[in-house]
Ligand binder design. Structure first.
Ligand SMILES: NC(=O)c1ccc[n+]([C@@H]2O[C@H](COP(=O)([O-])OP(=O)(O)OC[C@H]3O[C@@H](n4cnc5c(N)ncnc54)[C@H](O)[C@@H]3O)[C@@H](O)[C@H]2O)c1
Length: 428
């Protein structure tokens, strides 16, 4: 994978990971960039990579150290923007790829940001609340030198939420000496968060899902939906599809897989997961023992909403869905993309499908700057309009150029980023 690329010396070529997937996606778009392709190398190198040590004192008096990252992939179109992930498998390659997908996503939906991402290599479930707070605050202090409301604005991602954003905002503000609510988005409403932000990513997945279903002549009412990952993105997308009359027939999380032919009671499952932390043991569905069987579940719409590279050459052939909505970032490898394309499966790529989160994060940032807050209706209407327009533009370009929606989204986005780069010129 990505064998013909110069890999930075700080990445191990044989463990190229998600960054390799991203490079291959850039290779696929390059022939469509015309004269701008002379700038394409810009997209293959993150602008800035910060690796930090995050030491904390544990509750038992011992000292623990965690690896932390913040990567700013590109800031040609505006400040860096992207989430912070707490997960035991976080690597530099992963954070680099996630930051690059943010560059592409922000340009694809035309919000005025570059791309960035951060993470700590930790399983937060092993920390007490106090340890989690100390780790979050120390990490924020360490990356303080490169973040800020006009520089780079973090947000929630896997295993981070409103509470973590509140601590990040407070830590940054304490270091500045004044409250800086615009330094992170996805904050609690009472600290300058936006109405609709918590639901925004799942809502965006639902909005583009309805558009894609209409193109394929699929009625959402009665459609069979399978969801991998039942957190912020997967849980809310599942709820909205169920409310629209779809049947959520399978859900997989990090612990187990549950199925129900007649449709899972999604509000009941959400309540159960909020109480127990997982779908495991939920009484209203059957458990499947073999996790890999999730991919062959009979469904119309499949929503990967967990981690990268979940849909790959090993399982793509088993997939029976007509439409895949990429709630997660980078869930499909390029090999799987090709297999699914040949099978006629419509994939709405992550950089469009899950862009609802960053879109409402943008609204939150604008509201914080102006200290004037909008109603939830206004937010959802603006979100829906941006998602529909982005989907339609990408759909039309895909038809015109006879390329996948992913390549079309990358054409729109990379053209915007590289045009900005060209107009700004190289410093000095
Ligand atoms: N939160 C956002 O606003 C947002 C925005 C855009 C994209 N995303 C992407 O969506 C995905 C999910 O993020 P989230 O915020 O919902 O995270 P989350 O922490 O709220 O939920 C993650 C879910 O994935 C499940 N999961 C973890 N590992 C798994 C595995 N190996 N197999 C199956 N399920 C697994 C967890 O059990 C959990 O249900 C990530 O790829 C993230 O980058 C999130």
């Amino acid at each position: 994978m990505a064998a013909n690329h110069e890999i930075p010396s700080y990445l191990t070529p044989h463990e190229i990971g998600p960054w390799g997937v991203y490079l291959e996606q850039i290779d696929r778009v390059t022939p469509h960039l015309g004269n701008l392709s002379r700038w394409v190398e810009t997209l293959k190198r993150p602008k800035r990579v910060l690796i930090v040590d995050v030491p904390i004192e544990r509750d038992d008096g011992t000292i623990a150290h965690f690896e932390g990252y913040r990567v700013q992939h590109n800031t040609s179109r505006g400040p860096g923007k992207g989430g912070v992930r707490f997960h035991q498998d976080v690597t530099l390659s992963e954070v680099m790829a996630l930051s690059a997908w943010m560059t592409v996503k922000n340009a694809a939906v035309n919000v005025p940001y570059g791309g960035a991402k951060g993470g700590i290599r930790v399983d937060p479930k092993t920390l007490s609340n106090g340890e989690l707070q100390r780790m979050t605050r120390r990490y924020t202090s360490e990356i303080n030198i490169i973040i800020g409301p006009n520089k780079d604005i973090p947000a929630p991602d896997v295993n981070t939420n409103e509470k973590i954003m509140a601590w990040m905002m407070d830590t940054y503000s304490m270091n500045q000496g004044s409250t800086a609510s615009g330094v992170v988005t996805g904050k609690p409403i009472s600290l300058g968060g936006s109405l609709g932000r918590h639901e925004a990513t799942g809502r965006g997945v639902f909005v583009v899902g309805c558009e894609a279903a209409a193109k394929r002549g699929l009625d959402i009412k009665g459609a069979r939906v399978a969801v991998q990952g039942f957190g912020n993105v997967g849980g809310i997308a599942a709820r909205l599809f169920a409310e629209a009359g779809a049947k959520v027939v399978a859900v997989q999380d990090h612990v187990t897989t549950v199925v129900r032919e007649s449709g899972i009671d999604v509000p009941a499952l959400l309540k159960y997961v909020a109480e127990t932390g997982s779908v495991a043991g939920f009484g209203g569905a059957e458990r499947i023992n073999d996790r890999s069987e999730f991919w062959s579940v009979d469904c119309d719409i499949l929503i990967p909403a967990a981690l990268e590279q979940q849909i790959n050459a090993a399982n793509a052939n088993k997939i029976r869905a007509k439409i895949i909505l990429e709630g997660a970032n980078g869930p499909t490898t390029p090999e799987a993309d090709d297999i699914l394309h040949d099978k006629g499966v419509l994939i709405v790529p992550d950089v469009i499908a899950n862009a609802g989160g960053v879109t409402v994060s943008y609204f939150e940032w604008v509201q914080d700057f102006s200290s004037f807050f909008w109603t939830e209706d206004e937010i959802n209407q603006r979100l829906t309009r941006i998602m529909r327009e982005a989907f339609t533009a990408v759909w039309q370009l895909a038809e015109e150029k006879n390329v996948s929606l992913r390549t079309a989204a990358f054409i729109v986005a990379c053209t915007r980023v590289l045009r900005a780069r060209e107009m700004r010129g190289l410093y000095p």
